[in-house]
Design a protein around this ligand. Structure first.
Ligand code: CA
Length: 255
């Protein structure tokens, strides 16, 4: 069975920030979809998120030739395209560190990234930081990523509820980022893809403004992906739009 993917990505500055440090990429030809959320003073977050997204895309494109030799040893438990996505994140991390090394004014910049790379009916999902991936299937919204944040560590430890974490004063403290510590640990998983699935990638400007139930209600409308992105961004801004907000939506159908 061949799958057809309809995709849309929208990013909005929100109502409180003077500029947008989020970045997104849709590459339907290579079936790559990315959301990044940059951090750092003096608009350096914009540099970090764009550099990471461009690096990941370039590596995925050059590695799409199956004869291309990969620069790291692939993990045997994962498919080739999943390994490619994870390697792309590691190279992006090195590129952000290299940019800082070459221009000390960029010190402290970094970025989250969540990426989805599809091959056949298997989606590789990689992430670092608190940008998220969800899958809506059969009326259920499933969070596919675990935030690399201090508050999520508290949720896992049983010290905070999910709703407390979402509004906690330290909710923006990420524990992993591309461009952070010298080494980066990239989370990777594979999920199956079936007709009727809707995938969402988003920055925390969406998920700190809206609960998962609210995201579910807005996404589970059967509307075109463009309308789903617009509705989610409008809902985040209606709550105050405290942060940049970015949403990528992928609707899966049978060809
Ligand atoms: Ca953000």
């Amino acid at each position: 069975m061949r799958l057809r993917i309809r995709s849309c990505g929208l990013s909005d500055r929100g109502l409180a920030r003077s500029h947008n440090e989020d970045c997104l990429e849709l590459d339907p030809e290579h079936q790559l979809y990315l959301v990044a959320d940059g951090m750092g003073g003096h608009r350096h977050g914009e540099i970090a998120s764009r550099l990471a997204v461009d690096t990941i895309r370039r590596f995925v494109v050059t590695s799409s030739d199956r004869d291309a030799t990969l620069p790291f040893v692939p993990e045997p438990d994962f498919e080739r395209h999943s390994n490619v996505l994870k390697m792309a994140f590691r190279i992006a991390h090195d590129n952000v560190l290299w940019a800082i090394h070459n221009d000390r004014r960029l010190f402290g910049m970094g970025t989250t990234v969540v990426g989805l790379l599809l091959a056949g009916d298997l989606a590789a999902i990689a992430h670092v930081g608190d940008s998220r991936a969800y899958r809506l299937r059969g009326g259920e919204l499933e969070l596919l990523t675990a935030d690399h944040t201090w508050v999520n560590e508290q949720v896992v430890a049983g010290n905070l509820s999910g709703d407390q974490a979402r509004v906690h004063p330290l909710k923006n403290v990420v524990t992993r980022a591309l461009g952070g510590d010298k080494d980066v640990d990239v989370d990777l998983r594979e999920v199956d893809v079936a007709p009727g699935d809707l995938f969402l990638l988003c920055s925390d400007g969406l998920t700190t403004m809206l609960s998962d139930d609210e995201i579910h209600r807005s996404a589970d409308s059967g509307a075109p992906v463009e309308d789903i992105c617009k509705t989610l961004i409008a809902a985040a801004n209606a709550r105050g739009g405290h942060d940049n907000v970015t949403v990528v939506a992928l609707q899966v159908d049978e060809e």
